[in-house]
Write a protein that binds this ligand. Structure first.
Ligand code: AP5
Length: 218
């Protein structure tokens, strides 16, 4: 199964991808996670990306395109993969296709999480992330057992820099400006499917599982 998860910040792409990638035993490739790791490690890419990420702007295409091209060519993507947060521009979508054609690993389906602005703001403003393992929580929707601590390793939970209100609003604006061309691109290919991003975690998972059966994806 080779999937692209498309949707606004806070649509729940990462939350669903983590569960599905375990269940289907395929890698979850999140460009946001890869970039945050690079920022943490202070690599040249990380130092460059941080400037854009902190403002809620997109990191330049040439940086992310090359990063993903290298990742999807790895052997563990032979059985499939789940791309989360990529592509985000038409140039990224086209270059992804070119890379995957060469690898004979074309995208099967693009799942578009259509999500209301109220949901996005409620989820992002309450998101907390573990400093050690990167697990996502939400102060109300998915609270940890002990406030401020990760259930898995007790790591401190922090708020992402780009989850501050002002940056959230810019991320939504950037998303609204770039997503229509990607939607048209994949609609044209007949592989776009829309699910509601407003469902709770279990409902969203149920809808996705049924969709995979209907589409005969394995
Ligand atoms: P990225 O990390 O990709 O952020 P995003 O797309 O803005 O997505 P999020 O992680 O915010 O949302 P999500 O849909 O994964 O939601 P989640 O499941 O975490 O990108 C960050 C930055 O990196 C970008 O701004 C850009 O600068 C750069 N970047 C990344 N990719 C790039 C690219 N391709 N090109 C250029 N630049 C790029 O859930 C959110 C919260 O809600 C959590 O607290 C969760 O617990 C909760 N929640 C999740 N699902 C539900 C549910 N169903 N019900 C209730 N609560 C839920």
């Amino acid at each position: 199964m080779r999937l692209v998860l498309l949707g606004p910040p806070g649509a729940g792409k990462g939350t669903q991808a983590k569960v599905l990638s375990k269940e289907y035993k395929i890698p979850h490739i999140s460009t946001g996670d890869i970039l945050r790791e690079a920022v943490k490690a202070q690599t040249p890419i990380g130092l460059k990306a941080k400037v854009y990420m902190d403002k809620g702007e997109l990191v330049p295409d040439e940086v992310v395109i090359e990063m993903v091209a290298q990742r999807v060519a790895k052997p563990d993507c032979g059985k499939g993969f789940m791309l989360d947060g990529f592509p985000r521009t038409a140039a990224q979508a086209k270059s992804l296709d070119a890379t995957l054609v060469k690898l004979n690993r074309p995208v099967d389906l693009v799942i578009y999480f259509k999500t209301s602005v109220e949901t996005i703001i409620q989820r992002l403003s309450g998101r907390r992330v573990c400093r050690i393992c990167g697990e996502n929580y939400h102060v109300k929707n998915i609270p940890p057992k002990v406030a401020g601590k990760c259930d898995k390793d007790g790591g401190e939970l922090y708020q992402r820099n780009d989850d501050k209100e002002e940056t959230i609003l810019n991320r939504i604006k950037v998303y609204d400006n770039t997503v229509p061309e990607i939607i048209s691109y994949y609609e044209g290919k007949g592989i776009l499917r829309t699910v509601s991003g407003d469902f709770d975690v279990d409902e969203a998972y149920d809808h996705l599982s049924k969709l995979f059966v209907k589409e005969n994806l394995k």
